[in-house]
Design a binder for this molecule. Structure first.
Ligand SMILES: C[S@@+](CC[C@H](N)C(=O)[O-])C[C@H]1O[C@@H](n2cnc3c(N)ncnc32)[C@H](O)[C@@H]1O
Length: 203
């Protein structure tokens, strides 16, 4: 199957929500990966704790289909939803419905004219603030310093919503606390790239 390398999230064609709302079992904790690609991270989480529901949000439809086929074939509690996460979190989840949010290795968009395509911005942080229950955890990780710093700035500016678990304006230095790896994370570790992590709690 051919999967597009990148799509431009700012295209007007992503303005309206065209994904399928997932059926979320009541009373079952929900973990969300924003920009899940193949959802390796969520499939590994589901193998560790199959009593939760794992929702991957992804803007590339081919990957959404791939993840949902794999989840059905293996009867795992993972579901992918096609969306533009900066715009559609509120269409997918009820307020305060989510227990944990992961943003693993968001696209770096290195070129100066593409920086505005980066995913972790004020709109995304406010959106996470709406769907995350009080006490919910957020992990962001990246192997690109500028991307991690940008993400930290977006969360720190919303200190009425989120508390940095390492202290204000501080990276989390104690590694990935969840014991499973996304595909990019595995790659960064194998090639010896530094990984910048930030962790927040919804206040
Ligand atoms: C570099 S990949 C990382 C994939 C995976 N999290 C990992 O760590 O291996 C970033 C993913 O985010 C998706 N993405 C980018 N912008 C998005 C947006 N606004 N909404 C939803 N997904 C997005 C991309 O299509 C891509 O699959």
């Amino acid at each position: 199957m051919r999967v597009r390398q990148h799509v431009n999230p700012l295209l007007a064609s992503y303005d309206a929500f065209r994904g399928e709302r997932p059926a979320l079992p009541a009373g079952c904790p929900i973990e969300v990966e924003i920009g899940c690609a193949d959802a390796q991270f969520l499939f590994e989480r589901a193998a560790v704790d199959p009593r939760r529901t794992y929702v991957g949000l992804e803007i590339r439809t081919e990957l959404v289909d791939l993840v949902n086929r794999r989840a059905r074939a293996n009867r795992l509690p993972v579901v992918a939803v096609f969306c533009q996460a900066q715009k559609h979190l509120g269409e997918i989840f009820a307020p305060a419905a989510v227990d944990r949010v992961y943003i693993n290795f968001p696209d770096p968009w290195f070129k100066r004219r593409h920086v505005e395509r980066r995913m972790v911005d004020d709109a995304l942080v406010v959106g996470i603030g709406e769907i995350a229950r009080a006490g919910a955890e957020v992990l962001v990780q990246s192997d690109v310093w500028e991307v991690a710093l940008d993400a930290m700035e977006s969360f720190e500016r919303r200190d009425e919503l989120f508390t940095n678990l390492a202290g204000e304006w501080t990276f989390w230095r104690a590694g990935n606390p969840y014991g499973v790896r996304s595909w990019r994370e595995q790659n960064a570790e194998q090639t010896g790239l530094p990984i910048w992590r930030i962790r927040y709690r919804r206040t």
